[in-house]
Design a protein around this ligand. Sequence first.
Ligand code: FE2
Length: 218
Amino acid sequence: MKIDDMHFFNMGYLDIKIPDNLFQSLKNECYTTGYKNEEMVSAITGSGVPVHRYIENKENLQNLQDFLKTLVPIYKERYGLDPSDGIINRSINYENSVNKTKFIIHRPWINYHKKHEFIPKHNHLGVFSYTIWINIPYNSEDEIKQGNEYASCFQFHYTDTLGGTQKVTIRLNKNDAGRMLFFPSLLSHQVYPFYTSNETRISISGNLSINIGNTENL
Ligand SMILES: [Fe+2]
């Protein structure tokens, strides 16, 4: 008898350790000028949600952009799927002007996340999004002892083949500084509060979307 498991395929995320020089440079801005950078207001801005401030250092913006561009072909190669396909297919009128290789890197932002704050479940505008952890001031083992099994965690949510909701929980520790997740923008995610540190948890996030080229007829 022969029995094969036939798994359905789905888009996941890349789990990355960013180059150390990029990490140090981003970290430097987060801990110096970053606290005074322009504040970003979004759909989730509000009481109990961390303050978001744009990255403004030109060198950081350029280096981050250069790095992000290298991740797009890696994602496509690893998953054999491109989250931009749906967007392209819906853009029938722009079929000839769409260049799938050209991505716009939107202004990244810093999340200054304090004890007890949270980021509610949301997704992003764009094709690809990312988060880079700059400082995790706790270990998830200690957090979970506070009584909540998801305390301090980053969590993705997705729909399974039966229409149910599944989750992927990422438990973070102090040694996760410099770790990055690169994922499709429409993938829902959230961040739970942490309880065991008075230090600020710092991360950087942002989006990439497609440059659809000629828009003069709009
Ligand atoms: Fe997000």
